[in-house]
Design a binder for this molecule. Sequence first.
Ligand code: SF4
Length: 151
Amino acid sequence: MVDRPFYAEGLKFSCTRCSSCCRHESGFVYLSENDLSRLANEFKLDYTAFVETWCRWIPFTPGTERLSLKEKSNFDCIFWNNSCGVYNARPLQCRSFPFWGDHVLCSQKAWEAAGRDCPGINNGELHSREEIEGFIRQTEEEPVIEREVRK
Ligand code: SF4
């Protein structure tokens, strides 16, 4: 983490629930162990049943795959139903957006670019540097579930 990142004075963001990040375009919602536990609990399923019903494995690096939620044939998130159907148990990737350290927060330019697709960016509530770095830390502490691909 750099000493004085571009977000040192905080960043404005309030989700307008426009849903453009959850619908219409193909994407991956990767899950950590905590995400899986929360979601399986929400559906009263064990891990295996939840993964078989709601998840898919996405090729990552050669020989590895990462666990993601499925999406519908129209590319909406599998849990989209007029709004997020699992809002209180939504994965960290969704809860921490747009405070993604390896992507949106890597530069001011990347932040502004993300704002072209998300009307919540640069509007609404001011989030402090501490809060932002809390999301970055949590994402580092809760890695996405990954497995080796069997040959
Ligand atoms: S695109 Fe931004 S404002 Fe719209 S739902 Fe996603 S996070 Fe919220």
